[in-house]
Design a protein around this ligand. Sequence first.
Ligand code: NAD
Ligand code: UFG
Length: 349
Amino acid sequence: MVNKTILITGGAGYIGSHTAVELIQAGYKTVIVDNLYNASLGAVDAIGEITSTEPIFYKGDCTDSQFLKKVFTENKIDAVIHFAGYKAVGESVKKPLAYYKNNLDSTITLLEGMKEFGCTKFVFSSSATVYLDENVVKYNEKTTKTNRPFSPYGTTKLVQEYILQDTALGEEFESVGGLQVVSLRYFNPIGAHSSGNLGEDPNGIPNNLAPYITQVAVGKLDSLPIFGADYSTPDGTPLRDYIHVVDLAKGHLAGLDYVFKQSGKFFDPINLGAGKPVSVFEVIASFEKAVGQKIPYKIVERRAGDLPEFFADCAKAKEVLGFETKLDLDSMTADSWHWQKTHPNGFSK
Ligand code: NAD
Ligand code: UFG
């Protein structure tokens, strides 16, 4: 048993729930907070079933300071992993205000609560979107951040990083010993828990590749639209760095260990990817092996904002976190399929 309590905001969501499982199994006490905007209680139940524990769960909003005060008062929180936020790139273009308000306000309100309760360890869910640059394909943490992400969602990630960095380096946390932040920049998380009981459960028609494919495979959607096969890549489809969500979850344990070793004013960004560019056709081929049948697809127009290729330089994660991914593309697609096949309607029966 690790004698530490971790607050997981957005812990009923896709990445947060997988991280909760890994933390509980590693002996941490966890407190999960989620407003269930994009998640359901079924995920909390699944965390409990997989870990044979009764998860501590609070339904509430990270923009609500009184709610956070209650959580911090009732639990002695040693560190926060902040997943809570809106994440749909396309929706953010249509509803920028909602995205700026929710994502920025959550982070600010959470930081204020942490300061009040003397909690100084922060692990942040950032994204490769802070880099997106047409002229660079392999991003390392020194790659210049874009000053204009492709979407309001991306801008919220960039601005949240600045809020965290400025707060870590400013004076407001000095009275409690300084704020220590590690900002984990995820590439493309896919996959599900190997039990088949926890996975991605998007609302409506999925925006992302893997859940779209599994919904085609399970018969909920007719065929996959491939957003362009005329890129200057080996097979014409874009290359991405897919990382198994369980590897990603384990990266958060490494991130926590790292942040617990720091003191004073500290902010450090670290990529979490597999470091291997993979094409859309390669993802489809891997799913076809897992499912045992062809995935129908149709090549359509390019999607606005898609880049031909980007992937992570993983050297820093290896060096400072001792973190390397273990699960390959076939495990990602097999686990996604296992989850979808056994839960065609996600957490709702
Ligand atoms: P998700 O939507 O499954 O999880 C986010 C959770 O936060 C949801 O359960 C939602 O209900 C909750 N939430 C949203 N606003 C809240 C608020 N104000 N208060 C309390 N709860 C709130 O998304 P995910 O894929 O698990 O992503 C987790 C984090 O990782 C997000 O911050 C996302 O931006 C970031 N991220 C995700 C990806 C990806 O491809 N999935 C890539 C890079 C970064
Ligand atoms: N794709 C299709 N058809 C689909 C869905 C996706 O062909 O129905 C293609 C896309 O064109 C892209 C690849 O599959 O080439 C991956 O697309 P995703 O939507 O799954 O992922 P993205 O790389 O576009 O986006 C991810 C995260 C975002 C983040 C972005 C940049 O989902 O949160 O990386 O870091 F902002």
